[in-house]
Design a protein. Structure first.
Length: 432
């Protein structure tokens, strides 16, 4: 059933199943990933080269793990000028948007005489994981690397697998554009392990970002706490809210743009017009025929896609907030009627001339977004991911006299004698 109305008796059951159907079981990856992480930790480069031969069919010595400056420059020179200009535009817009995110420090004095505040500092190092092969995404390199650079991260180490020795020149060109010079031809859970623990060749990092397969996701999950991670990303998703004033082909293509990512991707249309719903469904079936990734998009749509017909736009709000979609399109004549009411979404694309695909490449805001309903409690990748906030406070004699007794009272209640004494000894010294 592709089209279902909210007033149908089985809607709630259908809607629940729609959201639950993509729950991923990564248990099969847990033990292999644990073993890989431990082996890299113990054997370093030797194990890294062994896993690269086994999984990527590429024989390397430790000296060949790092991609040379010459290889990066050669890849950069292979790119057609038109495509290079497109990467330039994307990089410029991404950088401009993220520069505006840089937060100010805080410093003030309260009525007790305390100086209080916080200051922001970038992380020292970040690891960027990039999927390799023919289905690599240079846009993701820009989206992950540029915010880190804007934040002031001094070292950015990138890992990209080279199956059968193949390195995607667009990925290296994007890395060059983003100013990344430290790149390793490794992938999988073993790359996450190398970035976390370090090897004889690769220095460990403090934070790891970037998408990957189930084994990469599981590796990031397991190393979290030893290093920071951006998220454990799930398959992509979009909710398109559209009225009958749209071209049904445009809406169909917006839905298929998500479906063609992955067979587990999800595309949902919400509309108040059943006739328009059928027009979009017919357009989807027609547009599927021309897609180069038809098999993937068709499987995604058949298994996880849906069209929901609502009675009023107010009814759409709780549905959207419950889905908490990675991407939300408001393709309405008056999108503002819903925009202010949406609490949970990764990015919102407002108006019929702003499809989600713009945001994937040249919009400016980051396309690394919370998936699988995690927009309920998390946000997309930003400069803030690469910054740490350190608070500070400074007191004089007046300040400790004013607040010290209250702190002592709480410390004594908690049974922490030294805490109370560390304050009372100072207060007593003031009277000597």
């Amino acid at each position: 059933m592709k089209i279902i109305a909210t007033n149908q008796s089985d809607f709630q059951t259908f809607f629940h199943n729609l959201l639950a159907a993509r729950t991923a079981d990564t248990s099969q990856a847990t033990k292999p990933v644990t073993r890989i992480l431990q082996t890299i930790k113990e054997k370093g480069d030797e194990a890294l080269c062994e896993y690269t031969l086994r999984f990527d069919r590429l024989s390397l010595s430790p000296k060949e793990l790092k991609i040379t400056k010459q290889e990066i420059e050669q890849s950069y020179q292979k790119i057609e000028p038109e495509l290079m200009n497109a990467l330039d535009l994307a990089a410029k817009r991404i950088q401009q948007f993220h520069e505006k995110q840089l937060p100010p420090d805080l410093h003030y004095q309260d009525d007790c005489g305390f100086d209080l505040g916080y200051r922001w500092n970038p992380m020292d190092s970040t690891g960027l994981y990039v999927p390799g092969g023919t289905a690599a995404y240079p846009s993701s390199v820009l989206m992950n690397a540029i915010p880190a650079k804007v934040a002031g991260v001094r070292r950015l180490a990138m890992c990209v697998p080279a199956p059968d020795g193949y390195l995607n020149p667009l990925v290296l060109a994007a890395a060059h554009k983003a100013g990344i010079t430290e790149i390793y031809r490794i992938g999988g859970a073993q790359a996450i392990a190398a970035l976390t623990f370090g090897t004889q060749t690769i220095q460990p990092v403090d934070y790891i970002v970037g998408p990957g397969n189930a084994y990469v996701a599981e590796a990031k999950r397991q190393v979290f706490g030893l290093v920071g991670i951006d998220s454990v990303a799930g398959p992509s998703e979009v909710v398109v809210v559209a009225d009958r004033h749209n071209n049904p082909v445009h809406i169909a293509l917006d839905l298929l743009a998500q479906a063609e990512h992955d067979i587990m991707a999800q595309s949902i249309l919400i509309t108040d017009d059943e006739d328009f719903a059928h027009q979009v469904l017919r357009a989807i079936n027609e547009q599927l025929k021309i897609l180069s990734r038809k098999a993937i998009a068709e499987t995604s749509w058949e298994n996880h896609g849906a069209i929901l017909v609502i009675k009023s736009w107010d009814e759409a709000v709780p549905i959207i907030n419950q889905i908490a979609p990675e991407h939300l399109e408001l393709m309405l004549q008056n999108p503002e009627c819903l925009f202010d009411k949406i609490k949970h979404a990764g990015t919102i694309f407002v108006g019929k001339w702003c499809p989600e695909a713009i945001g994937d490449y040249v919009g400016g805001p980051n396309h690394v977004l919370p998936t699988s309903r995690t927009a309920r409690f998390s946000s997309g990748l930003s400069v803030f991911n690469f910054l740490k906030r350190t608070t500070f406070l400074k007191s004089n004699k007046k300040g400790i006299q004013k607040v010290g007794p209250a702190a002592m009272a709480i410390a004594k209640t908690e049974g922490l004698t030294a805490h109370a004494l560390s304050i009372s000894s100072r207060l007593n010294s003031l009277h000597k």
